[in-house]
Write a protein that binds this ligand. Sequence first.
Ligand SMILES: [Zn+2]
Ligand SMILES: [Zn+2]
Length: 400
Amino acid sequence: MAQSRGWLAVVDPTIADELVLYSQCAGAMCCLASHSGGSPMRHVKPLAQSLFLLLVSTAALAGSTTVAITPLGARTGEFCQVDRALLFEDPTGVRILYDAGRTIAGSSDRRLGNVHVVLLTHVHGDHLGDAKLNQDPDESSSSCGGDLRTSPTLPYSNVAEIAAGKNSAVLVSADVSTFLGAKIAGLRGMATPSCAAGNEVLVPRSQPCSSNIGFGSKRTITMQAGAPGVGITAVHAEHGNGLDPAFLVDPERTNLSSNGLLAPMGPPIGYILKFTNGLSVYLTGDTGQNSDMATIVRNYYQPNLVVFNIGDIFTTGPEEAAFAVTDLVGARAVIPEHANEVATRDGAVIPGSKTARFVELLPDLAVYLPLSGRTMQFDGEANCVAGCGAMKPRNQSQPR
Ligand SMILES: [Zn+2]
Ligand SMILES: [Zn+2]
C-alpha cells in the first residue's frame, strides 16, 4: 500500500450495500497498487461505511463514471523511450490493451490484470513486441532509455503471449488477424477461433480469439449481451506495415531475410474507441498527417481525446502532430505517445525534449503525460478528473 496515497471512498451506484474504493492520486507515483490486481475496485464491509462516507469527494464521485487510462511503460512514474502501451478500462469494466510493445512482461506482468481486448495498430517490432520486459518497472535503476532489459518472444511476439495468457479478443486489421491467430494457436496448441459472427463481442472470454476490424466497420465490446459497451473502429494510418521475418518460421523466415524483404501485412491502422461515459479516443498509431484526420476522424467520429505519436523520423514529429491535433482532429485534450526519447525526469517533462516542444505548441489544450503506472481518470468530456498530477492544464504554456 506504499503507493496508494490518498485513498478515497465513494458509493458505486451499481453495487448495493457495498462501498467501492478508488485511488485518488496525489502524485506521479500513485494508483498502480489500486489497479495491479485487475480491478480498480475494492469492496469494504458496511461497518466501515460511516468512516468512508466522510471521505467522499466530488472528484472521487466522478470516478464511478470515468474511463481509466494506465500507461504501462519501462519505468514507473516516467515517460520512457520505447513506451507505447496503454491500458483502458471502461466504467462497465471492459479492459483494453493498446500496442503492448516491449514494456510489458508478457501475460504474467503484475500490472495487467484482466485484458479483455488486445489492439495492435501494425506489426513493427516496437508495437508487436519482438521482446518483452525483463526489468522491474518499480526499480529506480530500471532502464528508461534504449537499453531496456528484455526477454525474447520470437517468433511469437509479446502481443500473442499476452492475448494467449489472458484469453483476450484480438481486434486488428485483416492480415494481422490471421497472423496473430496462428501465433496464439502455436502458443496454446489449439486453433484460435474468430471472436464473433456479428458486431458484438462478449467478454470476459474462456479462450482467446482473433478477428479483423475494417475501415468504417465497428465492433462493440460488452460484458453482457445487449448492454452498453465500448465501440471500436479502425481508421486510416499513413505508415508501413511490413513484418520482420524474425517473427516467421522457415522457410519464409530465411527466404525473406536473405532477400532483404519484409512480409506484407496490409495497411496499418489507428483506432477510435467510444466509451460508455461519452469519452471518445482517437489512437493514431504510427502515422503521418493525413486528410482522413479531418474528414473521417473529426467530422464523423468526433473524438474529444487524442493519443498522438510524436516520435518524428518514423511518424509525425511534435510540430506535425500539434498541427494535426488542432487543425485536423480538433480534439479537446491530448496524450503524447511514442516519443522515442527519455521524455521525463521524476515525472516532469525534460526541457528541450520533443515532448516539451509538443506541449509548448499546444498552449490552449490540456496535454496529459503518459507516466507509466499512473492511472488517469477521464470523464465523458475528456477532462482528467484524477491521476493527472503532472499534466499541463489548459492555458498554461510552460510544461512542468
Ligand atoms: Zn511503425
Ligand atoms: Zn513505432
